[in-house]
Ligand binder design. Structure first.
Ligand code: DGT
Ligand code: CA
Ligand code: CA
Ligand code: ZN
Length: 583
């Protein structure tokens, strides 16, 4: 690690210690040390090699040891442990104006607030005003600060955009002047993070539709309100644009405003190569730019535009110029997974660890949704901050799951909970022995406390994949969208280990993760690695993540055959036994 990387770690340690309520002298020492390192004029490596760290102001023995370790190994267990001991969303709360470490700590300890969303909910519920040292006034200030922060955040998670967009789309669909309507842009392409929401409507009465749109209940601010277009701000500070076109123009406008830009460019080139012109108003028999309806090629649907350009219909998720043209030309586009193909989820939590709901409530909900199975994979003991289960509690849970299953069997239902664990991948192996894992139906192994050393992470992940008791690797890259980068590891090496051992890789369907990234699934698939789309549910409304995850899998070109949890329960039992038997 160089001096800037080491300084970043030290200052993060300072912040984390502040959040833990450590004494201010200690926390300040880390921030000061970080600043001193940043200002160094000679290489830190040299200072370490010559054993001269002690000459720097405020660098006592403990600090020297930590810096030396970071410089020589790129890694500091103390830092990793500290990070793991606090919820990952806590540092982000410090960015809310007026919230210092003391207040953040209090909010977390007294109200369980560990994210911006929870902070906002607590304000709205009035529970912050009731807290000692806060009051009505500071609650209002916090709400304002959150709104301010959001207003200027230009990137939003898919789920936050969907939550705003879907009710508005429903509402537009019901308006008598709306002929056809859809979302467009990155939202329709199911990007994991989006800039703004785009809507498209066809109508003979644009004024009525636009007036209706800007008056929607979710609209906070109207930015622009013209004859064919309006822009507004909806909840969370997200911008939403609506364009209204004639019904004849609709398919062309929909294709254009769905994008991506890169995809559109190739479409335009294909049109030109055929002596045509393509733009948002139509596909024209013309060798120059035009919007003359007399020259327009008749297309009722988007499908017809693709057809006229010698292409099979390309689903919106694939419109990224990532190979869809070659495939659509030769009619080799995959038949993409549908979210209704999914029959359960193989990585989920209950109130036995850090989930909210009981086994009974979880089973009832899964059963009611028509799912066939649902695995309970609570955290293992190393994840103590998530109330991980030790062996004794795991054994009790196996019994409790069996009891729930007996009640379904007694009613003649085939629905089953599966026993399992999300076992931590530790430095020297897994958090449970193979003798314990073998007693569980499903094992997902996750690296929750990665090293800063890529080789070390790779080694741990490959070893987990090689364990015959591990069915799947969870949230492989560890990223949190808009919050935390993926840790460093050698993806091809891990994919190969999974392919060689028949280990599945999770597509974590939590909208905070969507991990593995959609761009990487074709590589995994080519190696023969299977995908499991898991909710990583911590509460009942997280069951909806199945639909989100399936969209990301579609974006990764995956079909039903690529995804393990499309299997029926009897097929799944066989698949779960395969790796264990092969050893
Ligand atoms: P975002 O909002 O940043 O997440 O991404 P998009 O893809 O939704 O982009 P946006 O909202 O700026 O525009 C919607 C679509 O309109 C975009 O995907 C493609 C099309 N579009 C916009 N500007 C251009 C352009 O200058 N050239 C081309 N070919 N297409 C454009
Ligand atoms: Ca957009
Ligand atoms: Ca837009
Ligand atoms: Zn996890």
């Amino acid at each position: 690690m160089d001096k800037d990387e080491v300084a970043a770690v030290l200052s993060e340690i300072g912040t984390l210690l502040e959040l833990k309520g450590e004494n201010p002298f200690k926390t300040r020492a880390y921030h000061n040390a970080a600043r001193i390192l940043e200002g160094l004029s000679e290489p830190l490596e040299k200072i370490v090699a010559e054993n001269r760290l002690g000459e720097l102001k405020g660098f006592g023995e403990a600090l020297q040891e930590k810096v030396t370790r970071l410089v020589t190994t790129g890694h500091l267990p103390y830092h990793d442990e500290l990070k793991a001991s606090l919820p990952p969303g806590l540092p982000a709360l410090l960015e809310v104006q007026g919230l210092g470490p003391k207040k953040v700590k209090k909010l977390f300890e007294e109200l369980g607030v560990d994210s911006l969303e929870k902070l906002e909910a607590a304000c709205q519920a009035g529970s912050i005003a009731a807290l000692e040292g806060f009051g009505e006034k500071s609650q209002a200030k916090i709400l304002e600060a959150i709104a301010f922060k959001r207003q200027f955040a230009s990137r939003h998670r898919l789920i936050d955009a969907l939550v705003c967009a879907e009710p508005i789309l429903e509402s537009l669909r019901g308006h008598p002047d709306v002929i056809r309507c859809s979302t467009a842009g990155s939202l329709r392409r199911w990007k994991e993070v989006i800039g703004d929401i785009d809507f498209l409507v066809s109508s003979r009465n644009p004024a009525a539709v636009l007036g209706f749109f800007v008056a929607q209940p979710g609209v906070q601010t109207v930015l622009a309100h013209g004859d064919t277009k309006a822009s507004v701000i909806v909840a969370g500070g997200i911008q939403a644009d609506l364009r209204v076109v004639s019904d004849a123009e609709y398919p062309f406008a929909l294709a254009y405003f769905t994008g991506s830009k890169e995809h559109n460019i190739v479409m335009r080139q294909r049109a030109i190569a055929r002596g045509l012109r393509l733009n948002e108003y139509g596909l024209f028999r013309s060798s120059e730019e035009t919007r003359d309806p007399a020259l327009r090629v008749d297309c009722r649907e988007e499908r017809d535009i693709f057809g006229n350009l010698g292409l099979a219909y390309v689903p919106p998720e694939l419109r990224e110029d990532h190979g869809e043209f070659a495939a659509a030309e030769s009619h080799r586009l995959p038949r993409l997974l549908e979210w209704t193909d999914l029959r359960g989820s193989l990585h989920n939590h209950s109130n036995w660890s850090d989930g909210r709901d009981t086994l009974e409530a979880i089973a009832a909900h899964a059963h009611e949704l028509g799912l066939d199975y649902w695995a309970i994979t609570d955290h293992s003991r190393a994840s103590f901050q998530a109330n991980g289960l030790d062996l004794r509690r795991l054994e009790q849970q196996i019994e409790a799951v069996a009891a729930v299953n007996r009640s379904y069997a007694a009613e003649g239902s085939d629905f089953r909970l599966l026993t399992g664990t999300e076992v931590d991948i530790l430095k020297d192996g897994l958090d449970f022995d193979d003798g314990v894992l073998v007693r569980l139906d499903v094992v997902v192994a996750s690296l929750h406390v990665p090293s800063s050393d890529a080789l070390e992470n790779t080694r741990r992940l490959v070893r987990a994949a090689e364990n015959p008791q591990v069915h799947q690797l969870g949230h492989l890259s560890g990223r949190l969208l808009l919050e935390r980068e993926a840790y460093k590891f050698d993806l091809p090496a891990v994919l190969k280990a999974c392919a060689d051992t028949g280990t599945w890789i999770e597509l974590n369907a939590s909208p905070y993760r969507f991990d593995l990234d959609w761009r990487l699934w074709r590589q995994a698939k080519e190696l023969g690695v299977k995908c499991v789309i898991n909710c990583d549910a911590h509460r009942l409304d997280h069951f909806d993540f199945l639909r989100l995850g399936a969209g990301i899998a579609r974006k990764g070109w995956l079909t039903r055959d690529d995804v393990i949890n499309t299997l029926t329960l009897p097929e799944l039992w066989k698949a779960l036994g395969r790796k264990r038997r092969s050893r």
